[in-house]
Ligand binder design. Structure first.
Ligand SMILES: C[S@@+](CC[C@H](N)C(=O)[O-])C[C@H]1O[C@@H](n2cnc3c(N)ncnc32)[C@H](O)[C@@H]1O
Length: 299
């Protein structure tokens, strides 16, 4: 296979990628910030709920993959002949080494130990010796493989509190379930009635599939599914939505129940504490790679 490396200004990036894929036979086209890691780099995405600081990168690096030399040459010639593409430049045309992409991807996801004997293990790996509780999970479209510190902290909290909190496992809510990993982790520690909700329908599907693959029962659906109060509520989202969701999430925590929040950077903990103060007192329960886990108990 052969790849074309192109540079394009903000205004034409979409037209270039559309033309490459729809008309010029590219097998794929990826777009990156051409100024990444330089002084010219500008932030593009803000946090959810905040306006994006810009509509696109000033200059994008586009990498388009073709079957062979002839297809790549023809595509480059046709593209660069368009008058709307006069500011697009061809930086390189180079052969791409054939790779075993499946093997390469799999090699990047190793088993993760959450706490003593509690593991997350991709389906293509042997279960490590000594593992007592195992979540079998492969990377998929939904967030939550166990490699992110926010997920790991929630699972660690689950493992450390399972024995002391057995009364809380009767009803559990995983709000923003992604892959369903927290719900599955709770089920493996004895939770029985678990609702897992997400605004993204593909996350709901992933949660259902992953729960089934792990042989546990999780009731997954869109956020409307959450109803009434739960002795234990998890929400690993991000600081801005967690602040907006404070009244709703607090209303779902039963008297004496626990709220476990993640997706919060260490510098954001005071804001979160203030947002939840009308309902409960949040404290930092764990820290990992600049992220904080905050928990609180309803009076
Ligand atoms: C960081 S992922 C967490 C996934 C998983 N619970 C974990 O701990 O790895 C956050 C998830 O929350 C979902 N989400 C974001 N905003 C939401 C909202 N307002 N209501 C429900 N789900 C939301 C996203 O679609 C995403 O799947």
């Amino acid at each position: 296979m052969v790849e074309l490396l192109l540079l394009a200004p903000e205004g034409v990036v979409e037209s270039v990628t559309d033309a490459l894929i729809d008309e010029l036979g590219a097998l794929s086209a990826s777009v990156e910030d051409a100024d990444a890691d330089t002084d010219a780099e500008k932030a593009l995405f803000g946090e959810p709920g905040m306006p994006a600081p810009a509509g696109g990168w000033q200059r994008s690096r586009i990498v388009a993959l073709f079957d062979d030399d002839t297809a790549a040459t023809e595509a480059a010639t046709l593209l660069l002949a368009q008058d709307w593409a006069s500011d697009v430049s061809l930086v390189a045309m180079r052969p791409v080494q054939e790779q075993d992409w499946v093997r390469l991807t799999q090699s990047q996801f190793a088993p993760v130990e959450i706490s003593n004997g509690f593991w997350i293990v991709p389906s293509w790996h042997e279960v490590p010796a000594g593992a007592q509780r195992v979540i079998r999970l492969d990377p998929g479209p939904a967030f939550g493989t166990g490699t992110h510190p926010t997920t790991r902290m929630c699972l660690r909290w689950t493992a450390h509190h399972a024995a002391a909190l057995s009364a809380s496992w009767t009803r559990v809510l995983d709000y923003g379930c992604g892959s369903g990993i927290l719900a599955i982790g709770a089920a493996l520690h004895g939770a029985t009635a678990i609702d897992a909700v997400d605004i993204d329908p593909s996350a709901v599907e992933s949660t259902r599939a992953n729960a089934m693959a792990n042989g546990v029962t999780v009731n997954a659906g869109l956020p409307d599914l959450a109803s009434g109060s739960y002795p234990l509520v998890y929400a690993n989202i991000l600081a801005t939505p967690l602040k907006l969701l404070a009244p709703l999430l607090s209303a779902h925590v039963a008297g004496g129940g626990h709220l476990v929040l993640a997706g919060i950077l260490e510098r954001q903990t005071d804001e979160l504490k203030a947002a939840y103060a009308p309902w409960l007192t949040l404290e930092v329960a764990d820290r990992d790679e600049g992220w904080a886990l905050m928990t609180g108990r309803m009076a």
